[in-house]
Design a binder for this molecule. Structure first.
Ligand code: G16
Length: 543
């Protein structure tokens, strides 16, 4: 077939590491993610799939992002982005897995051709792939493997070099919508910064940002990108004092080390460096800048965290009020999407106080995004700070076309329109979400303490448990229960019953070789105790 010889030759240069018997590569929560030295061949094969996907979708550009986000520096990962900037359609994860697990170079060409035939893809049609990578040194090798696959399949390639994950998602959508009425923005990194800064100024409309903000960038790609973005803020119009910390990308070993959104969320404390300053508003990005967590050190009570659940309820409440002031309450359906990790108190607050519907999905923004698209305004955040707010085309039209009957209504409509430009519509974006939070706090004239008073979190704990075989664990009910191994869930249930207002679940991570256990209960000590007991159960069943 057309590309066979080149595919086979390229694959020989970027060979797949054959895994131990019984093991195979899986497209996980966020693509293929593992130790970087296993990924060269995987990335080559992902390049082949991206070219097929582009050809299947009328030559639209497909994105490939090389990152392992919150994982340690020795890991890396590769994932595919669909034309609108959202995650790869799930049906295609299966095809990615088939290609990546082909046992030899010749078999690989066969699987490629079979997919092309079965999916009725014309492999001589034009194809385009847009790609980027985070700051991990292993990214060089992986990008070379990817470029080699694109060359073998005669695919046009646009290498945007080092990017945050959400920037790559932005660029994919901008590329595909360029020159159309739905143009998403200029196809460049500068275009991304311009769009955000312009929308930020429109959202603020003369409101003031109180006090400085310290942003911990996990020593990842977010550091240089945030520093670059800050140059686009017109400080004379909108003074915004930001101190960027943990932005050392020259020492790869410090990536995500004792810093970043994952550290803050799982350890429930501020990064030790630089020494936290009591009272100052702080936030953390993760290694590829798609997650955001706020916090401060309260001089009286110590560390207080405002995680993804808090960002979600803050956004839902603010946008809900604006929609009401804009006279669109009857017209637009607002909903919130969470996962099993959402604190029970946040779900209660959204359902009973904000009176908005809440849907629970399995972990992974790919699941939440899809469900959020079912609303006119879909707010989705994972507790770990990964999420965004989606506005349907009808909602955006309503913001722009509704004829305001009062200055207050006009104000609300303008702010909603500006928010729909400020908030990344393709995927969770720490930078864009941070600007959204700053806008809301400024509009409400709220400090982080005011924000934290909206409801009280149930004490909770998240534990990582290493087991021999995480594949024996299978979940049901949006990951809230284990269906396998049989008997394990009954043991968890019997422990949960012993604690007040308690809930706990266990699931296999899709980005790390570990199990995750979550527990919440009426008191901190009970949440800790329950998490330890469930972790013990999981360890025993995972041998
Ligand atoms: C990725 C996904 C998130 C998910 C996280 C953890 O985040 O994009 O949706 O919550 O992994 O997933 P798991 O518990 O399966 O390991 P990131 O920021 O690491 O790309």
């Amino acid at each position: 077939m057309v590309h066979d010889d080149k595919i086979i030759a390229g694959s020989a240069k970027h060979p797949i590491v054959v895994l131990d018997k019984g093991q195979h590569y899986k497209y996980g929560t966020a693509g293929f993610r593992m130790k970087a030295d296993l990924l060269e061949g995987v990335t080559y094969r992902v390049g082949l799939l991206a070219s097929l996907r582009s050809r299947k979708l009328n030559s639209q550009a497909i994105g490939v992002m090389i990152t392992a986000s919150h994982n340690p520096a020795i890991d890396n990962g590769v994932k595919i982005v669909d034309p609108q900037g959202d995650m790869l359609e799930q049906e295609w994860e299966r095809y990615a897995t088939q290609l990546v697990n082909a046992p030899s170079d010749a078999e690989l060409a066969k699987v490629y051709n079979t997919l092309a035939t079965d999916l009725r893809i014309d492999i001589s049609a034009p194809a385009k792939v847009v790609y980027g990578r985070d700051t991990r040194p292993s990214g060089h090798t992986l990008v070379t493997a990817l470029a080699s696959a694109l060359e073998a399949t005669e695919t046009e390639a646009a290498d945007f070099k080092i990017l945050t994950t959400p920037q790559l998602h932005y660029l994919v959508r901008a590329t595909n919508s360029e020159g159309t009425p739905l143009a998403y923005g200029e196809v460049s990194e500068a275009g991304y910064y311009n769009k955000l800064s312009e929308a930020f100024v429109r959202c603020m409309k003369g409101k003031k940002i109180e006090g400085p903000l310290i942003v911990d960038c996990a020593n990842g790609v977010g550091g240089p990108k945030l520093n670059e973005f800050l140059k686009y803020i017109p400080q004379e119009k909108l003074p915004f004092e930001v101190k960027v910390v943990n932005d050392d990308i020259l020492r790869p070993e410090v990536l995500n080390l004792d810093s970043g959104a994952d550290f803050v969320k799982t350890k429930q404390r501020a990064p030790p460096h630089p020494k936290p300053q009591p009272g100052v508003r702080c936030c953390s990005f993760d290694g590829d800048a798609d997650r955001l967590i706020y916090y401060w050190i309260d001089p009286e009570v110590g560390f207080v965290m405002l995680d993804g659940d808090r960002i979600s309820s803050l956004a839902a409440s603010f946008i809900g009020d604006l929609v009401e002031s804009a006279g669109l309450k009857e017209e637009l359906r607002i909903g919130v999407v969470q996962t099993a990790y959402a604190n029970g108190a946040s779900t209660n607050y959204i359902r009973h106080h904000l009176k908005l519907p809440v849907i629970c999905t399995p972990t992974g923004v790919k699941h939440l995004h899809h469900v959020a698209q079912g609303f006119d305004i879909g707010v989705y955040f994972e507790a770990n700070g990964h999420g965004t707010v989606l506005f349907s085309p009808d909602a955006v039209t309503a913001f722009k076309k509704t004829d305001p009957q009062s200055p207050a209504q006009k104000d609300a409509l303008d702010t909603l329109a500006a928010l729909s430009d400020l908030i990344n519509q393709t995927v969770g974006d720490a930078l864009s979400d941070m600007l959204m939070v700053e806008v809301i706090l400024a509009h409400k004239a709220w400090s982080l303490r005011d924000w934290s008073m909206t409801y009280s979190d149930l004490p909770n704990r998240l534990v990582r448990v290493e087991v021999n075989n995480k594949d024996v664990f299978r979940t049901t009910d949006a990951e809230r229960r284990l269906s396998h191994p049989e008997g394990c869930q009954a043991e968890i249930d019997s422990e949960v019953k012993k604690f007040k207002d308690a809930r706990s679940f266990a699931r296999a991570s899709g980005t790390e070789n570990a199990m995750r256990v979550y527990a919440e209960a009426a008191s901190r000590s009970e949440a800790n105790e329950l998490a330890d007991r469930v972790a013990g159960i999981v360890s025993r069943w995972g041998v």
